[in-house]
Design a protein around this ligand. Structure first.
Ligand code: SAM
Length: 429
């Protein structure tokens, strides 16, 4: 309820709720599955409730609706608990809340458990929205912009994300990290596109493993591991990461420079600065200077000083696998408002780039207005910058634009992501 009605972030609301009760690990895992699964399939679930309830959805009390939604998720998408037990638990929960609604909950859930009908669809996109459980406007957005790859995107965003770690190559090679993890009983394999990633698919808690606690590994999505190498960090260089919390890419820049570069890592939220410092400390990196700063405000003392990563605030449509609430909290209007902010940040970011230096612009969204259109606008208005072709090899998730920008489609180990590299020309180029 907090996530859908009060705009709380799913991961934070769930962590808070789970830490306030005493549950066994298995029960915590089930609670997590129920919350994320229900958020992921909510469009379809609500359609089913709407068709099987005599009370209009808008008139169902929030708490009762919450019980119905989670129960329908279990009835239609999980097979570990028999239907009668799901219905009886829901009725009991509803009765504890308000005895007068238990009959209603019973009737709706029994009707849904018997109901295998699907609604009539007026278009292919409506069918996709129902089957993949996305708001119709979002399916139309993907279809308009990514054409024949729409279904692949929707399916990718519904996948359970793999758990990936970046190897701190200052401390250990990927091969040695893999060998050690396998020795410790983990199922671990290398990521396909990034040369720094490891996928761990089983074997217990990595957080409790020496490799993690001693700073050999960082939790990071494989797509995010592709940004820092584009800056080609070197010893003695200066790099600004303007939107850097929690520091995933800033720490990568430091590692790639052999921790011999100056990495200025800023964010607009005070509390997040601490997270950057904690991550840098765990990885034993000394070159990171984290600070509070609004990327929209120029810092003249750093003009022309080095290279810049602008991992911009964005609509986040690429990370729906990890934050399914984005399906329900974002609106087309919100997407439309973001390019203005992102362009303002790009206009400031360019000021720090030295001749021959780079501006890497990235987002974790699938929206050309926040991605390619922004970068094309920037190039048109800044003839002293040129696009540098990004080459990450062939992989079905990667789409290269004519200019060499990269869109990563979501699936498996990769969030939906966008990467571009802009270089400030030298006078000869
Ligand atoms: C996509 S996240 C960055 C992730 C980070 N680069 C990493 O790899 O760990 C975007 C960040 O931008 C920050 N942010 C949003 N608006 C900002 C602004 N005007 N100035 C600086 N940071 C901002 C947010 O707090 C958020 O931490």
């Amino acid at each position: 309820m907090k996530i859908l009605n009060e705009g709380a972030y799913s991961n934070i609301a769930l962590d808070n709720a789970l830490s306030s009760v005493n549950l066994k690990d298995d029960d915590k895992a089930l609670a997590t599955e129920l919350v994320y699964g229900t958020l992921k399939r909510l469009v379809t679930i609500d359609d089913m409730i709407g068709r099987n309830s005599t009370t209009p959805m808008k008139k169902i009390e929030d708490r009762v609706l919450g019980i119905l939604r989670m129960s329908v998720y279990q009835l239609k998408y999980l097979d570990r608990i028999p239907d009668y037990a799901i219905v009886s638990d829901a009725v009991e929960l509803a009765r504890e809340w308000n005895p007068r609604v238990s009959g209603f909950v019973n009737a709706v859930l029994r009707s849904i458990s018997r109901d295998d009908t699907v609604p009539r669809f007026r278009s292919k996109l409506e069918k996709m929205a129902y089957e993949e459980s996305f708001p119709l406007w979002m399916v139309m957005h993907f279809s308009r912009n990514y054409k024949s790859r729409t279904l692949e995107i929707l399916e990718g965003l519904n996948e359970r994300p793999a758990v990936t770690y970046r190897v701190n190559t200052l401390r250990i090679t990927r091969e040695d990290a893999l060998t050690e993890l396998q020795k410790d009983g983990f199922s671990a394999e290398p990521t396909a596109v990034s040369p720094f990633g490891i996928i761990i698919s089983g074997g217990g808690s990595v957080a409790a493993n020496r490799l993690f606690s001693e700073g050999f590994l960082t939790v990071q999505d494989e797509s995010s591991m592709l940004a820092a190498p584009l800056l080609e960090p070197v010893e003695g260089g200066t790099y600004l990461d303007l939107c850097s919390a929690p520091g995933g890419k800033a720490t990568h820049i430091a590692e790639l420079s052999g921790d011999r570069a100056r990495v200025l890592a800023y964010d607009i939220y005070e509390a997040k600065i601490r997270t950057i410092m904690e991550n840098a400390a765990r990885l034993k990196l000394k070159g990171i200077e984290a600070g509070l700063h609004d990327a929209g405000e120029p810092m003249p003392e750093f003009f022309g000083i080095g290279s810049v990563l602008l991992d911009a605030p964005c609509s986040g449509l690429g990370i729906i696998r990890k934050k399914p609430d984005i399906k329900h909290t974002k609106t087309q209007e919100e997407l439309d408002g973001l390019p203005e902010l992102q362009r303002r940040l790009m206009d400031v970011a360019k000021l720090y780039v030295k001749t021959g230096g780079s501006l890497v612009y990235s987002t974790c969204t699938l929206n050309p207005s926040e991605n390619e259109d922004n970068v094309r606008w920037f190039l048109e208005n800044n003839p002293d910058f040129e696009a540098k072709r990004i080459q990450l090899g062939d992989h079905p998730n990667l789409i290269y634009s004519e200019e060499g920008f990269v869109t990563v489609l979501p699936s498996g180990t990769m969030d939906g992501f966008f990467l571009s590299k802009l270089v400030r020309r030298t006078s000869k180029s």
